[in-house]
Ligand binder design. Sequence first.
Ligand code: BV8
Ligand code: ZN
Length: 240
Amino acid sequence: MNIIDIREKIANAHSVTVLSGAGISADSGVPTFRGAEGLWKNFRPEELASPDAFERDPKLVWEWYNWRRELLSTKKPNAAHGALVELEKILNNFWLITQNVDGLHRAAGSNNVTEIHGNIWKVRCTTCGSVTSNHDVPIEILPSCQRCQGLLRPHIVWFGESLTQEDLDASFRALRNCDILLIIGTSGMVYPAASFAPIAKEHGAFVIELNLDQTPNSDLVDVSVQGRAKDLVPLLLPAQ
Ligand code: BV8
Ligand code: ZN
């Protein structure tokens, strides 16, 4: 089955769910997590993207997130993000679940999106829990809540932290009700997102993977196409 057959399948689908990972933003110049120039290459995830790390050294964790905010502040959505915005417009039922915290799907214009790992442009107060948008680059260290002066943290799901019930419910609904699950640019290593393909499959979905390399999901999905997201995803739109 080639990308054109996949395009036909999507055009005739009742409902399509997409799961995206860092690979869809790679073509915008955003380093992936496990690639050669990956974000984690200098440190292990536990060292920085974890509640213990923040507890131990909030300044270090904020320095790392300022580095990423700085990096992301010049990045723009690419043709793959744009193609998903079009798909949302032309399909009756479309939902996008993203693992990415870079905010590029929303910046591209996606509305039906669940950011299951949070968003680097949101901060949350560790005292009163209020969540606000913050695009300061850099953000002052250490940032405090305007309401209660509590310490602010990135509104991001760290390793060892649970996803919100709301995001889990939205994700499971989209996985149970879709007849096509399209997985784009994820290594399928991080849970619970890594279990989304089997869940969709159990509920009868046809699962398609678009990725630069093979992944642990590749054997499980119905069709796996290798290539760059910016080249492949636009081909899924109806022929002009
Ligand atoms: C939880 C925010 C429990 C941080 C992130 C052992 C077994 C099973 C599970 C675990 C385990 N040990 C620990 C766990 C749990 C852990 C986990 O899964 N660990 C992994 C490493 C084994 N999971 C958790 O902790 C989760 N929480 O389980 O809670 C719980 C329950 C109840 C109560 C309390 C607790 C929370 C996980 C969320 C972690 N946060 N991000 C931050 O970003 O600062 S995850 C992080 O990795 C990013 O969000 C990223 O999206 C995500 C996954 O990475 P990918 O997106 O897949 O990126 P990657 O680089 O890996 O792959 C890119 C792919 O793209 C590659 O395949 C590449 O080939 C491809 N590609 C590259 N270029 C392109 C391309 N494809 C197309 N086009 C291109 N141009
Ligand atoms: Zn507060």
